[in-house]
Ligand binder design. Structure first.
Ligand code: UFG
Length: 330
């Protein structure tokens, strides 16, 4: 299939482009490079430096004969969304609306959307199923939920079918070490821990040790980015084969505490770095673990790279090979 991948120069988008190529599809990357890296786009893949809100997008979709869209382009930092909500409403909500409407005008029938576990907020029970209540606790999660609502309406009214994939904690890097995670600023636990191991930061701070968990630190479900990528390919093929619109969680069903991740990182890297204990970070739920039974049952998806040691080893390979991330910084 010929597919437009928005945000294809970003972390999860670039890994999915690689998976699409391996599955015999033809990805076309659209990215405004506000957060992505052109070096993450494989040679030979068409790269279009444009915004998702570009007024000529419908024409571009027609010209390129795009059959389906994978939509990753978004601002995705929870903390930033609470101090600068305007860019989240502008880029995520307004931008996605422009893209979805362009897709309708151009007759694109399939849409795979990068959603998030943040749409659930503080869960009533874990593992979290897709049927759980949706009460996001931050602007980022709310913008993603608004986009899910748009897609639901476009599906029921215009027949544009979609899959929304609600990721838990994306982590790791392609096994080759050639592409990986490079955010500025970095706020995620695993890359920060590995930067501490590299000596790029003095220590890693644990945000709170008084949560109602066994060791007092927050528990998350870390899913390898390559397992996320394979789910996108399956989701698009499912839609193309006539599948109905769906929402799926993507996680492993296993939770690891912040302390467990730090201990595992020390083991994988062989480096004993400094750890400091800090205050809780506002808005962090104690425990987020996915039930991914629905996507396993319906699409036959299976995480194959998400053992926590492998997630850390692959992320470490990327960090060691690219200590400053992609070489396209100012
Ligand atoms: N943490 C620390 N120290 C740090 C950074 C993080 O202790 O320096 C802790 C956090 O408090 C949290 C855990 O590590 O308990 C994971 O934090 P991340 O920032 O890596 O990830 P989050 O769970 O906050 O958020 C991620 C994605 C969101 C998504 C969410 C859904 O970044 O986009 O998962 O589960 F919405």
């Amino acid at each position: 299939m010929k597919l437009l991948v928005t945000g294809g120069a970003g972390y999860i988008g670039s890994h999915t482009v690689k998976a699409l190529l391996a599955a015999g599809h033809e990805p076309v990357v659209l990215d405004n490079l506000s957060r992505g890296h052109v070096a993450a786009v494989p040679a030979g893949v068409t790269f279009i430096n444009k915004d998702i809100a570009d007024p000529n997008l419908a024409e571009l979709l027609r010209e390129e004969q795009i059959e389906g869209i994978m939509h990753f382009a978004a601002h995705s930092q929870v903390g930033e969304s609470m101090v600068n909500p305007a860019i989240y409403y502008e880029n995520n909500v307004v931008g996605s609306f422009r893209l979805i409407e362009a897709a309708r005008q151009a007759g694109v029938r399939y849409f795979v959307f990068s959603s998030t576990a943040a749409v659930y907020g503080e869960p009533d029970e874990v593992p979290i199923k897709e049927t759980a209540d949706l009460h996001p606790t931050n602007v980022y999660g709310r913008t993603k939920l608004m986009i899910e609502h748009m897609l639901r309406d476009y599906s029921s009214i215009y027949g544009m079918r979609y899959v929304a994939l609600r990721y838990f904690n994306a982590a790791g890097a392609d096994h080759s070490g050639c592409i990986g995670e490079d955010h500025t600023p970095e706020t995620h636990l695993i890359p920060l821990v590995l930067q501490a191991a590299q000596g790029k930061r003095e220590s890693i701070t644990v945000f709170g040790t008084d949560y109602p968990t066994a060791d007092g630190t927050c528990i998350r479900d870390y899913i390898h980015v390559s397992d996320l990528a394979s789910a996108h390919v399956l989701a698009m093929e499912y839609l193309c084969d006539g599948g109905e619109s769906q929402v799926f969680n993507l996680g492993t069903g296993n939770g690891f505490s912040v302390k467990e991740i730090i201990d595992a990182a020390k083991k994988v890297t062989g480096i004993d770095f400094n750890v400091t204990i800090g205050e809780r970070r506002a808005g962090d739920p104690a425990k987020l673990i996915a039930s991914s039974d629905k996507i396993k049952d319906m699409l036959g998806w299976k995480p194959v790279a998400s053992e926590v040691e492998q997630v850390l080893a692959d992320a470490w390979r990327w960090h060691e090979a690219h200590p400053n991330g992609y070489d396209d910084k100012d």
